[in-house]
Design a protein around this ligand. Structure first.
Ligand code: 5GP
Ligand code: MG
Ligand code: MG
Length: 187
């Protein structure tokens, strides 16, 4: 079955996403334009790969780009409290402004762990740029580092969403918009 037959509802179309990503990139550009400290974008693999690619190409100042991978032991549609960094960054972030780029913040477990990890590597600030945010489900308050800022694309209702990098069982990352799966697709 073609992909669109798997999706029950579309929450954000490709056009919605493109418009919001452009706004975020322009906000980030404005916020860091006057800074002499190097800027690094760290994408959280795999989910952030499309968002990272779209946002960094619209940022109008020099920026290094890297990935980090965190595995949580949660199964299905919820993360566990204790993620493990299974693939670390290659770039030295000491003394730099880091922007962690995420697909979605849910409980906050994953990002809290990653922010602390980057702080321990000596980043002079850690900001978070998440495509989606589900504040209603937060279990851990996000603490940023230094002058770090919180950027988010959209507030997400409490549905399990897929597309634009986000998966269910590693599928649907290539859906170019964000939607909710038909219930029969979870079986
Ligand atoms: P947290 O640690 O904040 O609970 O969850 C973070 C990770 O869980 C996200 O980066 C994402 O990979 C996954 N996640 C949370 N909510 C959703 C969702 O609605 N859809 C998908 N596909 N993944 C989600
Ligand atoms: Mg993620
Ligand atoms: Mg996933």
């Amino acid at each position: 079955m073609a992909l669109e037959g798997h999706i029950e509802t579309v929450l954000w179309t490709e056009a919605d996403i493109a418009a919001r990503v452009a706004e975020l990139a322009s906000q980030i550009t404005d916020d860091f334009l006057g800074s002499s400290v190097p800027l690094v974008a760290v994408g959280v693999a795999t989910g952030a790969f499309l968002f990272l690619a779209d946002v960094v190409r619209r940022i109008k100042i020099p920026i290094e780009v890297d990935f980090i991978r965190a595995e949580s032991y949660g199964s299905g549609t919820e993360s566990s409290g204790a993620p493990r960094i299974s693939c670390d960054i290659k770039i030295d972030v000491a003394g730099k402004h880091v922007i962690l780029v995420e697909d979605i913040v849910d409980t906050g477990n994953t990002l809290s762990c990653l922010v602390a990890h980057l702080e321990s590597k000596g980043a002079s600030s850690v900001s978070v740029c998440t495509f989606l945010d589900k504040p209603a489900r937060r279990k851990v308050e996000l603490k940023l580092v230094g002058e770090g800022k919180f950027y988010r694309g959209f507030e997400c209702p409490d549905y399990f969403v897929v597309g634009y990098g986000m998966d269910f069982a590693e599928l649907y990352r290539n859906v170019p918009y964000v939607g909710v799966l038909k219930p029969e697709m979870y079986k």
